[in-house]
Every structure is written in structure tokens, then in C-alpha cells.
Write a protein that binds this ligand. Sequence first.
Ligand SMILES: Cc1cc2nc3c(=O)[nH]c(=O)nc-3n(C[C@H](O)[C@H](O)[C@H](O)COP(=O)(O)O)c2cc1C
Length: 413
Amino acid sequence: MAKRQLPNPSELLELMQFKKPELDGRKRRLEGALTIYDLRTIAKRRTPKAAFDYTDGAAEGELSLSRARQAFEDIEFHPDILRPAADVDMSTEILGGPSALPFGIAPTGFTRLMQTEGESAGAAAAAAAGIPFTLSTLGTTSIEDVKKANPDGRNWFQLYVMRDREISYGLVKRAAEAGFDTLQFTVDTPVAGARLRDKRNGFAIPPQLTVGTIVNAIPRPWWWIDFLTTPKLEFASLSTTGGTVGELLNSAMDPTISYDDLDIIRSMWPGKLVVKGVQNIEDSKRLIDQGVDGIILSNHGGRQLDRAPIPFHLLPAVVREVGKDATVMIDTGIMNGADIVASIAMGAKFTLIGRAYLYGLMAGGRQGVDRTISILRTEIERTMKLLGVSSLDELEPRHVTQLARLGPRPLEV
Ligand SMILES: Cc1cc2nc3c(=O)[nH]c(=O)nc-3n(C[C@H](O)[C@H](O)[C@H](O)COP(=O)(O)O)c2cc1C
């Protein structure tokens, strides 16, 4: 039987330390988000369906995306014990410059549609965190305005080589003049992927008002107030606007791009040149042999070819083939700092986040992107400490097993 006593008032008082309520709604909301999936839930609540689905969705059955996320979940980590890792260094060198964390922000089009602060919020948050920001060719903030939002940090530019080559070349020149240090040449979009959610939602730029969109707008007044009281949504660097997203993409993309275009861009661009959207070992080898500064293993976040290879699964074989010194980067499916740690352990030099950044943006503008970065930073740091490593170079393939859920069927049965 436990011994009992009368409650001691001073002990009771100690228990009654109520936290001061957070009156700033945005801050309260964001602090309550502990994971990127929590930010996604807030984003979904606050953003009109068509804009949320454009961001969250992928191509056709969305299998490329769900498999990529599943592959990260199917990691087994192998920690070392009794190895002091009180302080961890998460910084790295990438493409000739520093990054405070092993990830940067991936290029995304139409970003001001998701939340009105758009690319400026992403660039400013990247500046504050000391990581690179990438502006898309289909961005809704100009090259020069991104430079203003991130004047001292690293800006990268993503290039679509369009049918009208002169437009693309003009962008390359402007990005170089604005001091962008790296160009990502995206090669996985000869045509637009089939984004069925967009088709079903009748998603168009600018958004069309229908009975459905109006009903959907009622619980999301702030998005609409922002949308209607800020400069018109348009591509900041292109003159094409209007039409469905698929039509816009198809007019921007060119199914005839080839290695010749790579040579032309190489000759025009003074900074680092990387190719984004590489999906097999042979192409990786060819590109590195031709002297590109880096490759990004990516299937465009599952938005192009559905059932494309899982970049995280491709990673070890590509690194083995091109060698440890080549700059191999990866994106698609990253939703947790542990995914980033696992990618670095398997040989990636750097990672990029697309939706994880956009969920933060939709959940709370600039502060929401800060929250995304802070969640990932905390997860990376904790995972490294739990693994017993204190710097990124100490991460090795032996720290991770990729558990196989789907494997190729044996040829002979
Ligand atoms: C809404 C959205 C727009 C995108 N727009 C572009 C783009 O304009 N150019 C590009 O190269 N990639 C684009 N991407 C692909 C991202 O750069 C990146 O490869 C992808 O988001 C990574 O997957 P994740 O979202 O799972 O992190 C876009 C992705 C999303 C989600």
C-alpha cells in the first residue's frame, strides 16, 4: 500500500505553471507542426483545392511519388554506440560553395499561386538558413527579385530549354548577370506529365471562378484576399500565360532537346552546370564523362513519367559507377531529415526538397518555410547523433540498409 499524505500546496503550485498562450495565430499554428506531414495538413486546410492538388499531386497514378516516399520509409539505420556526437556539423561544400545544411530548395513553378509570398519567401528563408535556393524557369518571381530576397546567399537557376531557344538563352544570360552560381538543366520533361488531379479540377492559370472554386474558397478567405490584393500572377521571366498547366508546359518544353543543347548551354554559362532528372546509370556516366559539374537523380517528384525508377534506389549503383568524387545529388520523396541523412550515407553529395518547402509555404508563407527548414534541421541533427556520427563525411553506406519491397522478378522461373 502506498503511503499517503495531504497535498502540499507549494508542490501543487509548481504543477500549475501554465504556459502563456501564443496569440500570434500563424506562429501558434506553425509551432504545432512537428513534421513535414503536419505542415501538409495545415497547407491543405488553407489552400484552395486546385492549388493544393497542383502541388501535392503527381502524374497519372502517382506511383513514382508514393514509391519514392515508401523507399525512404523502408530504410533500416545502423547506429554505432558509445561514440560521442554531442555536437554535429551539418554543413557541407557543394558546387564550389558552402551550404549550412545538406539540402537546398528545388525549383518549382507557379510558386506564388500556392501562397502569395512565393519564391521571395523561399529565397529569404534559404538566405537565413545558409542554404541554396533554386528559381524555376516557370517561376512567378523574377530573377532580379529573387536576388533581392537572397542578396548574399547562393541562388541557382533551373532552365527549361524551350522551343524558342532565344527565350532560354536570354534567361541564362540574366541569371548569370544576377550572380546566380549554378544552372540546373532539367531534362525529364520532353512533354508534360499527365497530372490528372489538375485535369479533374479544371486547374488553369489564372484560376477560373466556377461554382466549385467559390464553394471551396469560403473556408479559405485569406488565400483569396492575398490573391486578389497582390500583383497579378504570371511567369516573371516568360511572356506566355493563359491555358491549362499542361498546355503551358507543352508550349515551354521541347521534345527535341539533346546533348547538343547541353554543349550550347555549357558554352554560355559561366558558373556550375548540373543536369536535373537523370534516371539511369549509363546517362549518369556519360554526363560525368562529358564534364558536367554534377547530376541530380530525380524523377521530378513523380510529376513526369509515372512508375519511373526510384532515385534513392538508383543512388548506390550510380555512385559506384561514376565514383565517389563526382557530384551526385538527389531529390523526390524527401519528407524527413532522416531521408536526407540516408541519401548522404548512400553517397549523395546534396539533396533538394520540393514539396516539403511548398507545404511550409502554404502553411505560413516565409515563416512556414523557416519551419520546414527547422523541422528538417532538427531531424538531421537528431538522426546523426543517434547514429553516432558528428559530421556528414562520417556517414557511410554501412549506416543504411535499403529494405526491398519491390524487386525485379527473376528472368528465369
Ligand atoms: C509544384 C511543383 C512544381 C515544380 N516545378 C518544377 C519546375 O518548374 N522545374 C523543375 O525542374 N522541377 C520542378 N519541380 C520538381 C522539383 O524541382 C523536384 O524535382 C521535386 O519536387 C522533388 O520531389 P519532392 O517534391 O518529393 O521533394 C516541381 C515540383 C513541384 C512539386
